[in-house]
Ligand binder design. Structure first.
Ligand code: HSE
Length: 306
């Protein structure tokens, strides 16, 4: 096999209370990457979209991830990557992670699968470092494993995929720019013990809620007393879209990754559509462009075109 097409899903990192340690995969949208073996050594990147992302491998998230992989394998050929991004860069739903994950999964297939999923996550975090300055795995792990994943440790990596009930996800993406590096720089380096205790309780409750398929427990655990109070100022009318979503029947939700997208979880599709409608009513009153999607949590991660 000399060529492969890979679909890598958008992801929601943090899942409100699990900053840097939890994420889940979405059914849609997906980045589409074609990876080819080529005679010339090295990595050649071609953009097949209008985002004009850097094509020098060391400045590109796919290139950075693949370079990390190629340090651990000896080959006498190179790779060409054709990048067709469907997940808007900077949207807060794991755009950089999807590209990096797609490329390492695709290259691993073309090499005969020498690496484990855990290795692939590790390589892809080098792409995240190029995008945001931090090798966080909370978008990459769910992108590669699918479903909900816990990152028990980032360094060294320890990833735990967990089961969760079927859920619908309403996403709103206000068209403003929030750079992950800036959204990380604004966070406090220290937290109060009382806040940490509240956060631990919610993380534990959320994990138990997912495993026990207990929607009420999931809903009441979707509470963040550490990151959201700081970052929510970046998102137009955050408090209002959250309270209107809850009134419309959402289980809960919050900032997706570092924003600007916001996600809300619902038990069923009619509720998720009502949540979408209630968010649109808030944003239609503002002079703001935005997109919304209603999708599901995907139990499958990166897909290879059969
Ligand atoms: N955990 C990361 C953050 C996710 O919140 O900065 C970025 O998508």
């Amino acid at each position: 096999m000399n060529e492969i097409k890979v679909f890598a899903p958008a992801t929601v990192a943090n899942v409100v209370c699990g900053f840097d340690i939890m994420g889940f995969a979405l059914q849609e949208p997906c980045d589409v990457m074609t990876i080819k073996k080529i005679k010339e050594k090295g990595i050649s990147i071609i953009n097949a979209d209008n985002y004009n992302l850097p094509t020098a491998p060391e400045k590109n998230v796919c290139g950075g991830a693949l370079l990390a992989m190629l340090k651990e394998v000896e080959i006498d050929f190179g790779f060409e990557i054709i990048s067709e991004k469907k997940i808007k860069p900077g949207s807060g739903i794991g755009s950089s992670a999807a590209s990096a994950a797609a490329v390492v999964v695709g290259a691993n297939e073309l090499l005969g699968r020498p690496f484990s999923k855990m290795d692939l996550v590790r390589f892809a975090t080098y792409g995240e470092e190029i995008a945001s300055g931090a090798r966080h795995a909370d978008n990459i792990a769910p992108c590669i494993f699918g479903g909900v994943t816990i990152i028990r440790s980032n360094h060294p990596l320890d990833i735990i995929p967990i089961t969760c009930p079927d859920m619908f996800v309403t996403i709103v993406h206000p068209q403003i720019e929030v750079k992950t590096a800036d959204a990380r720089a604004m966070l406090k380096k220290e937290v109060l013990l009382t806040d940490a205790v509240t956060q631990w309780g919610n993380v534990a409750g959320l994990v138990a809620g997912f495993l026990q398929k207990d929607y009420d427990l999931i809903g009441r655990s979707l509470c963040d007393v550490i990151i959201e109070p700081i970052r929510s100022v970046l998102i137009p009318s955050f408090a209002e879209i959250k309270s209107k979503s809850m009134q419309a029947g959402a289980l809960g939700g919050g900032i997706s990754g570092s924003g600007p997208s916001v996600f809300m979880l619902s038990k069923d599709k009619p509720t998720a559509l009502r949540v979408e409608q209630s968010i649109c009513e808030v944003y239609d009153k503002l002079d703001l462009e935005y997109n919304t999607y209603v999708t599901t949590i995907s139990h499958e991660g990166v897909r290879i075109q059969p």
